[in-house]
Ligand binder design. Structure first.
Ligand SMILES: Cc1cc2nc3c(=O)[nH]c(=O)nc-3n(C[C@H](O)[C@H](O)[C@H](O)COP(=O)(O)O)c2cc1C
Length: 185
C-alpha cells in the first residue's frame, strides 16, 4: 500500500533550496510513498480566528484556500516539512500556514518529518519542533534529515550529484514509510 505525503516548503523563493530538497525527495520515489508538493502557501489569507467561527459571525466563510489546505492535510498520511530561517524565526508566510492548521481537526497526531536544507540555521529547527509539538504533531526523528550545506545556492542537480546524501535521504524516507504504513492486524 502507498502512503501519501504532503510536502510543505517554508520558502516562497523561486530558486528555494528547501524546495529543491523536497523535489529531490520526490524524485527519489521511495517505495511505499507518494510525495506531493503543496503550492498554495502564497495564496493563503492572513490568519484570522474570526474567519473560523462558522455560525457565529455574519456570513462566516472559511476561505477556500484554507479549506483546500486542510483537505490536503486530511488526505495525507504524513507531512514532510522543509523550512528556512528568517531573522532567527520562521518565515511569516509559513507561520501563517501553520496558524491555519491549528484549527484543522486532522492535524493532531499527524506524523511529520523535518528536512533541513542547510546546517546554518541556529534557531528555527528547535522553534519549528516546539510549534509543531504544541500543535500535537508527531515528529518522527528517525525520518528527519539535514543537508550539510552552508549556502542557499543549491538546486536539485547539486543534491543529486551527491549519491551518499541521496542514499541517506532515501533511507530516511523509507523509515518514514515504515513508520506510517498501516500495520497488518
Ligand atoms: C530576510 C532574511 C533573513 C534571514 N535570516 C536568517 C537567519 O536569521 N538565520 C539564517 O541561518 N539564515 C537567514 N537567512 C538566510 C536564509 O535562511 C537562507 O537564504 C535560506 O536558504 C532561504 O531558504 P530558501 O533557499 O529555501 O529560499 C535570511 C534570509 C533573508 C532573506
Amino acid at each position: 500500500m502507498t502512503c501519501t505525503i504532503l510536502a510543505l516548503c517554508g520558502s516562497l523563493r523561486a530558486s528555494s533550496s528547501n524546495r529543491a530538497l523536497l523535489e529531490t525527495a520526490m524524485s527519489l520515489q521511495p517505495a511505499g510513498l507518494k510525495i506531493e508538493l503543496y503550492d498554495g502557501q502564497a495564496a493563503l489569507p492572513h490568519f484570522n480566528p474570526d474567519l473560523e467561527t462558522a455560525g457565529v459571525l455574519p456570513n462566516p466563510v472559511l476561505p477556500s484556500e484554507v479549506i483546500d489546505l486542510r483537505q490536503r492535510v486530511r488526505q495525507a498520511d504524513g507531512l514532510l516539512i522543509a523550512c528556512p530561517e528568517y531573522v532567527h524565526c520562521l518565515p511569516g508566510s509559513f507561520k501563517n500556514l501553520l496558524d491555519w492548521l491549528v484549527g484543522c481537526p486532522d492535524f493532531p497526531g499527524k506524523p511529520v518529518a523535518l528536512f533541513q536544507a542547510t546546517e546554518r540555521h541556529e534557531y528555527v529547527p528547535a522553534m519549528l519542533r516546539d510549534v509543531l509539538t504544541t500543535m500535537s504533531a508527531e515528529i518522527l526523528d528517525v525520518a528527519c534529515f539535514m543537508l550539510p550545506a552552508t549556502t542557499n545556492q543549491i538546486d536539485q542537480t547539486w543534491i543529486e550529484k551527491q549519491p551518499a546524501l541521496c542514499d541517506e535521504m532515501g533511507r530516511k524516507l523509507e523509515a518514514f514509510a515504515h513508520r506510517i504504513a498501516p500495520k497488518a492486524p
